[in-house]
Design a protein around this ligand. Structure first.
Ligand SMILES: NC(=O)c1ccc[n+]([C@@H]2O[C@H](COP(=O)([O-])OP(=O)(O)OC[C@H]3O[C@@H](n4cnc5c(N)ncnc54)[C@H](OP(=O)(O)O)[C@@H]3O)[C@@H](O)[C@H]2O)c1
Length: 323
């Protein structure tokens, strides 16, 4: 099969299209022919070894010293089951599925094997493969942090970076849960963020977020633009600050009276992939796609993500004709 190999840390030119053996499913595995994947901010970070402040020394230890240990990047997929192991009863060849290997990666390729009882679910029938795959990276992060924050109906939420993959999922899911959402984005994305369910929008380029007179129950910083120290005065009593893209210092749990910060990597759970599939099928989580690239354009897709300006997800379509 064809796969994009990350041959070193660096700019998108380190990505090389090579042949690799087509994987074979074990007894409990599912072989998926990938129709669509994304280039996520996670892929871009790993390829460039661009880590939040303080993670430098441990970054290479965790990801690989000279090049990423996972030579095929790609956190998510939508595709068609081609074969199943002898113990698999939940899926059959021909089934349309979505899957989220997350940090295990391996989706920038024509095929991937997933455990049948892993982070895999049916593709929502109302969505194309490109649309369905766009929901996984942001959706699972949003579900994790809302669970940690115990976000409740009627609470107020400020989403910083409301137009990104994580932010656009947060605005939708929180609105659906009955929270009152304020989105922080630039003027160009104002209508998008309102359309996702935000009641108010703050343009961070003209309005200083830290100088707002209002306060919120939960603040989700999806871009690492601020910190608990800079934002705790914007929190109500018992408020929670979600340091989703925080630096090493932000990873330490912090408190100011009844206000606290929550950080750390999002857990990658099968139940969240199933939930995303159900929410999407019910029309409660909708795709936000910046652009769909072809498989041969994967380095260009990385460059788009590197810009830090993408709206929602950058999707890569893998045509069947490349078999
Ligand atoms: N903790 C975890 O487990 C976890 C999991 C997933 C992701 N993350 C991290 O979360 C971050 C967000 O991921 P993502 O995929 O959502 O990013 P993304 O899609 O690349 O974010 C791009 C968006 O951020 C907006 N933006 C940039 N600077 C901004 C600012 N100062 N204020 C408000 N909006 C701003 C941009 O809008 P404009 O063009 O309008 O500026 C753009 O739409 C990444 O750093 C990622 O590594 C962490």
């Amino acid at each position: 099969m064809k796969a994009w190999i990350c041959s070193a840390y660096g700019d998108p030119s380190v990505l090389v299209l090579e042949d690799r053996p087509k994987p074979v499913p074990g007894d409990g595995g599912v072989l998926i022919r990938i129709e669509a994947t994304t280039v996520s901010s996670g892929d871009s970070r790993v390829r460039a070894l661009r880590l939040p402040r303080g993670f430098g020394p441990i970054g290479r230890l965790a990801l690989g010293f000279r090049r990423p240990r996972r030579e095929i990047l790609g956190t998510d997929l939508a595709g068609i089951v081609e074969a199943v192991g002898k113990d698999v009863t939940a899926y059959r060849p021909g089934d349309a599925v979505i899957a989220f290997p997350g940090g295990a990666m391996g989706c920038h390729a024509e095929y991937r094997v997933m455990p049948a009882d892993g982070r895999i679910a049916s593709k929502p029938p109302n969505l194309t493969a490109e649309e369905a795959v766009s929901l996984l990276f942001g959706g699972h992060t949003a579900l994790h942090f809302f669970r940690k924050a115990e976000l409740k109906p009627g609470e107020s939420l400020l989403v910083i970076g409301a137009s990104g993959a994580v932010g656009s999922a947060m605005v939708q899911l929180a609105s659906h849960m009955g929270a009152r959402v304020t989105g922080v984005t630039s003027a160009a994305n104002r209508d998008l963020v309102r359309g996702l369910g935000a009641a108010d929008v703050i343009d961070y380029r003209t309005d200083d977020v830290t100088r707002q007179s209002r306060t919120w129950d939960v603040i989700a910083d999806t871009v690492g633009a601020y910190s608990f120290g800079k934002c705790h005065h914007l929190l109500n009593e018992h408020g929670r600050y979600l340091a989703i893209a925080g630096d090493l210092f932000d990873m330490l749990p912090r408190r100011r009276g009844t206000r606290r910060s929550i950080a750390g990597p999002a857990a990658e759970l099968r139940e969240d992939v199933l939930r995303i599939s159900h929410l999407a099928a019910a029309g409660e989580l909708n795709p936000v796609i910046d652009k769909v690239f072809s498989f041969s354009e994967l380095p260009q897709a990385h460059a788009k993500v590197d810009s830090g300006r993408k709206r929602g997800s950058v999707v890569v379509r893998i045509p069947h004709s490349v078999d």
